[in-house]
Design a protein around this ligand. Structure first.
Ligand code: MRU
Length: 364
């Protein structure tokens, strides 16, 4: 992996991910672990680079992970291009399996890899070089569709917000988490573009601070008024009447509408319910997993203890402290007022409505 560029954070923000060149090219991405104090793009030239970037959260957020994995597959197959089609297909299966092991919760990763595999299967008669080209085209298509889905989610969700609203979000579901403008943040950007004054409370999002480091940074880049709070302050801010709606993203939504998102989201949804505040989830169709009947079946990633005991390099807990570090939690469908998709709202959030909407999007 090489460092491609280092620019001031106030400069125009390049795309979260972009493919450079043709089938022998590479994937460029913003290294999100360095934000907000350093803006640097890195070049992933091997599939191992992409796996590491996903695992270490250099690229993170469900849709962005899917796009990265799709390009990662192209990188993993570059060296198989001279081999027979049978050998190429075997390498494809191995590379899909390898990339699938990078992170378990965001279904977009598996969705994107499945889609890439299907594209290769459809081209049964093509030779290895032609399939590699098809796979690059498919990855580009996934990226482009994600950009369009973000814009559509913004348009749909902005209708829920009124001029002067103060909203709250958790983690980062912005441009950094997608190929476009984000999911939850796209709603705020679209509302602002309609001329509505929107103010956002940003949960800092322990332990890796995606809210403080990334969401606050993105909102400031786009001149959206934002106030950073510790996660533990959300209930108090709500009690004081400071929040009109909560909007978050999701990493995987089960058939009954239960939604996995960054750890702490379930607490925020419960607090919103207690204060009579609507809790919205903004997510593209690629985030739904209808093979799971409820959120209880969603695999929840557990991450290293040192993210809690030694956050950002400083020890903040006694040596050998026992730690539990789930990276995600599941918000029950009944706590969600609506799911904002690229093709409209799912409300009330019932299995029937989820299946009907996702089916309709798949058929269109
Ligand atoms: O661990 P992360 O930073 O990948 O977690 C990201 C989130 O939980 C986001 O809220 C989610 O992926 C939605 S992104 C549009």
């Amino acid at each position: 992996m090489t460092s491609a560029a280092s620019v001031s954070a106030s400069a125009k923000v390049p795309r979260t991910l972009s493919w450079q060149g043709d089938t022998s090219g590479h994937l460029r991405m913003i290294d999100q672990t360095l934000l907000p104090t350093e803006f640097r793009e890195i070049d992933c030239k091997t599939v191992e680079d992409v796996w590491e970037a996903i695992r270490m959260l250099r690229v993170r957020g469900a849709p962005a992970i899917g796009v990265a994995a799709a390009y990662g597959l192209v990188l993993g197959l570059q060296s198989a291009v001279e081999r027979s089609r049978g050998e190429f297909d075997a390498a494809l299966e191995q590379t899909v399996e390898y990339l699938s092991s990078s992170r378990p919760t965001a279904v977009n990763l598996f969705w994107a890899l499945d889609r890439m595999r299907s594209a290769a299967k459809r081209a049964a008669e093509a030779d290895s070089a032609q399939v590699l080209q098809l796979l690059l085209d498919e990855a580009r298509q996934i990226e482009e569709e994600d950009r369009e889905m973000c814009a559509a989610i913004g348009r749909v969700g902005a209708e829920l917000l009124r001029d002067g609203d103060s909203v709250l979000t958790h983690c980062n579901a912005g441009g950094l988490a997608t190929a476009g403008d984000g999911t939850a943040l796209s709603v705020f950007f679209a509302a602002a573009a309609q001329g509505k004054q929107i103010h956002v409370f940003v949960d800092e999002t322990r332990p890796l601070l995606q809210g403080a480091r990334l969401t606050e940074w993105e909102l400031m880049q786009r001149s959206i008024p934002a106030t950073l709070i510790c996660d533990s302050m959300a209930g108090w801010v709500m009690k004081q009447g400071g929040v009109r709606a909560v909007v978050t993203g999701a990493d995987r939504i089960a058939a009954n509408g239960d939604a996995a998102n960054k750890i702490g989201t379930y607490s925020v949804a419960t607090l919103a319910k207690a204060h009579g505040i609507p809790f919205y989830v903004a997510a593209p169709s690629s985030t739904f997993d209808l093979s799971l009947s409820s959120g209880a079946e969603i695999p929840i990633e557990e991450r290293a203890a040192n993210e809690i005991t030694h956050g950002f390099g400083r020890q903040t807990a006694p040596d050998n402290a026992q730690v539990f570090n789930p990276a995600f939690d599941v918000t029950d469908a009944e706590l969600i007022a609506a799911i904002i998709t690229e093709r409209g709202l799912i409300t009330p959030v019932t299995e029937e409505n989820v299946r009907r909407t996702v089916q309709r999007i798949a058929e269109s």
